[in-house]
Design a protein around this ligand. Structure first.
Ligand code: HEC
Length: 176
């Protein structure tokens, strides 16, 4: 099966989850409009440092990983996922697909598609450990960053690179 298919199969269970979130009365900021610059740069730091997404997805999110020992992450720049789907994938990971779950309580209760660690074990689906777990607020910032600077933002260019980092950094000079 093609890689992307499994992600979609996993997300096909999403409507169930959305109902649960709505019932919990999640704050409406989770569907924020235009994220602030502060939120975007906090999200960028989480991506590169605390959560170390770049190890598998590359510094710009293009899937050219930084750590040769890490699994090959998806190209996030061409991802078609919505905000809610990105949040779900970050919190719950993709069991059996080498994408870690960043919610500390994922698979301890029914928050991740109603599955628990022992369900995953029974199904033979492994989850790698994340570099660090993230609070809901941190996930929101990370997604603010992804949707502003990475997801559906096209290939990296010198101009986008300078905007991405907020200054002219060395990695930008070799770009077209
Ligand atoms: C250990 C390596 C690894 C790390 C660290 C990692 N990922 Fe992933 N990620 C993957 C892999 C591998 C896939 C592809 C799974 C597949 O398609 O089967 C993936 C898929 C995804 C997807 C789905 C993209 C799509 O459109 O299908 C998103 C979104 C994502 N990762 C975001 C993140 C973010 C944000 C972080 C940091 C918080 C992160 N990942 C950290 C390995 C990793």
């Amino acid at each position: 099966m093609a890689r992307g298919n499994n992600v979609l199969a996993f997300l096909r269970l999403l409507p169930l989850l959305v109902v649960t979130l709505a019932q919990l009365g999640l704050p409406s900021e989770s569907y924020a409009q235009e994220p602030s610059d502060a939120s975007v740069s906090a999200g960028r730091r989480l991506y590169h440092q605390k959560a170390d997404c770049q190890a598998c997805h590359g510094w710009s999110g293009d899937g050219v990983k930084m750590d040769s020992q890490s699994p090959d992450g998806a190209n996030l720049r061409t991802s078609q996922l919505t905000r809610e789907q990105l949040i779900l994938v970050i919190k719950c990971g993709l069991p059996g697909r080498d994408m870690p779950a960043f919610d500390r309580l994922s698979y301890t209760d029914d928050r991740c598609l109603g599955r628990t660690r022992s369900d995953l074990q029974r199904m033979g689906l492994e989850l790698p450990d994340p570099a660090a777990t993230l609070q809901n607020r941190e996930v929101e910032r990370l997604v603010d960053f992804l949707l502003t600077k990475v997801v559906r933002q096209g290939e990296m260019t010198q101009a986008k690179c300078i905007d991405f980092w907020g200054e002219e950094v060395d990695v930008c000079t070799s770009l077209p």
